[in-house]
Design a protein around this ligand. Structure first.
Ligand code: KIV
Length: 273
């Protein structure tokens, strides 16, 4: 695995992102929501672990990201932060934690940093939240933006389809990215937008862009770990590359274990005291 590790073996920091972008070093992200998974993913050499609010779906079994709370995000993020030595750890600010006011958003961002021990937060939204992001950055909190398909707005969009297909939405997205860049974001996640638009955004901003379903021109890529490891059988969108079939491996191992218990083959003499 060593040749796939980031060229820097040090702990990844938010300021390092600007160097990586300038040097053309692509930035790898994966999600994680618990200690054991995060420690394995960190050992694999990923640059950043995102404690995404996709925890609401993947870890908690909800249909959307909307139900997860600040307390639940802190629980997941603290478990991940304890496991990680190399990767930058970013925690999503959940739905409802920053929409009411900039003060409340700032207070919740500070709470997440203090109680979860993560390195940065991520927030969905464009120019309208840029003043709040500037206050967070001024308070010492590295912030990642998130544009395009923003799952916390699924009910407004009416689904999880491709965003910014038309000129008006594409122009707004570029303006939003510039506003987030000027507010001090160290990176912006671009979710499910055309590859050409992601290229334009990547060239227009000084911070790094991290794509998911946004093509090859972004400065980095992010996937949900359970999807890329094949743990979620029903989910196979065009943008997903699956690197393992853990569903098959785990159900097979569980089946063999059940059989060994039923046949009294497990435990045997060497496995007993
Ligand atoms: O919550 C999440 O996992 C995310 C990624 C899909 C970018 O925001």
């Amino acid at each position: 695995m060593a040749e796939y590790l980031s060229t820097t073996k040090k702990k990844i920091t938010a300021p390092l992102y600007f160097e990586m972008k300038q040097n053309g070093e692509k930035i790898s992200w994966l999600t994680a929501y618990d200690y054991t998974t995060a420690s394995i993913i960190d050992a694999g050499g990923v640059d950043t672990i995102l404690v995404g609010d996709s925890a609401s779906n993947v870890a908690d079994g909800n249909m959307t990201t909307l139900p997860i709370t600040v307390d639940q995000m802190i629980y997941h993020a603290r478990s991940v932060a304890r496991a990680v030595n190399h990767a930058l750890v970013v925690c999503d600010m959940p739905f409802g934690s920053y929409q009411v006011s900039a003060e409340e958003g700032l207070r919740n961002a500070i709470r997440i940093m203090k109680e979860a021990g993560v390195d940065a937060v991520k927030i969905e939204g464009g120019a309208e939240i840029a003043p709040m992001i500037k206050r967070m950055v001024d308070a010492g909190i590295p912030v990642s933006g998130h544009l395009g398909l923003t799952p916390q707005s699924v009910h407004k969009f009416g689904g999880y389809g491709l965003r910014a297909k038309g000129d008006a939405e594409a122009e707004k997205l570029i303006a939003d990215a510039k506003a987030l860049d000027e507010a001090g974001c160290f990176c912006i996640v671009l979710e499910k937008i055309p590859a050409d638009l992601a290229k334009k955004v990547t060239e227009a901003v000084s911070c790094a862009t991290i794509g998911i379903g946004a093509g090859p021109h972004c400065d980095g890529q992010v996937l949900v770990y359970a999807d890329m490891l094949g743990m979620n059988r029903g989910f196979k969108p065009k943008f997903l590359r699956q690197y393992a079939d853990l569903y098959e491996i785990i159900t097979n191992a569980v089946g063999r274990y059940v059989n060994d218990v039923k046949t009294a083959d497990f435990p045997n003499e060497t496995e007993s005291y």
